[in-house]
Design a protein around this ligand. Structure first.
Ligand code: SF4
Length: 230
């Protein structure tokens, strides 16, 4: 039972302070210069690494300036420009459709609300939150695979559902930190708390981590069994 209890707000703050110290420059790894470019880059980032997306968008953003340019081409044409990325057919279709909708309904601007963003093709809650927080500075916590895994391991969330994870994490930290915490948890998930073989021996937050405690108690148990058999 105790294992399922979430970390207290006070401990969450202490734990995050340690991670903040470790990743003082944590920020969005996608390259962009306008909200629209960030929207395109985030749509492209589904199931792809940010480095790969940045390689493609370096070329793409020189060729297409804004929604007007994407709206003019067919998805088949855009596919050719992004075909190094997984799911490129669906992504091309979504970007072209989204660009047309932005021109028809939003005067070519990327909307500033989660509801409006999520009505665009290819834009889910995570993408909407990435755009709101990074492009507009509106507090939002996007839950990607790293945030989901790391939050649940530490014990600031206990759900497989990203929306519930988002709520649980947001409840434990001040609103002004939501965006920052998103970046910090992603950095930690990429560098230390990796999906396979997390590097707990170099992690500064073991004292707070539920997963680490579980590993420790399993190893203690193994040792007891081993000693009992000797
Ligand atoms: S102690 Fe291990 S499992 Fe816990 S956050 Fe650190 S690396 Fe991840």
């Amino acid at each position: 039972m105790l294992m399922n209890r979430l970390l207290s707000k006070a401990d969450t703050r202490r734990m995050l302070a340690k991670l903040e110290e470790m990743y003082p420059d944590a920020k969005c790894a996608l390259n962009y210069s306008t909200p629209f470019e960030l929207l395109v880059a985030t749509i492209l980032s589904a199931q792809c690494t940010d480095d790969r997306v940045n390689m493609v968008t370096e070329r793409l953003f020189r060729k297409y300036n804004g929604p007007e340019d994407y709206a003019k081409v067919t998805p088949e044409v855009l596919q050719e420009d992004i075909k190094e990325l997984g799911l490129y057919r669906a992504k091309a279709e979504n970007i072209v459709k989204t660009s047309r909708i932005l021109l028809e309904r939003h005067r070519g601007q990327v909307p500033k609300t989660q509801e409006e963003l999520m009505r665009l093709p290819g834009v889910g809650r995570k993408t909407a939150n990435v755009v709101l927080s990074n492009a507009y500075g509106i507090p939002a916590l996007a839950v990607d695979t790293h945030v989901q895994r790391v939050s649940n391991r530490i014990g600031i969330a206990n759900s497989m559902n990203p929306e519930i994870t988002e709520k649980q994490v947001c409840q434990r930290i001040p609103k002004r930190l939501w965006s920052k915490v998103h970046h910090i948890l992603i950095h930690h998930g990429r560098r230390v708390c990796t999906a396979r073989n997390p590097k707990c021996d170099m992690c500064p937050i073991t004292e707070f981590c539920r997963f680490y405690r579980k590993l420790q108690s399993e190893s203690d148990l193994r040792e007891k069994v081993f000693n009992a058999k000797r």
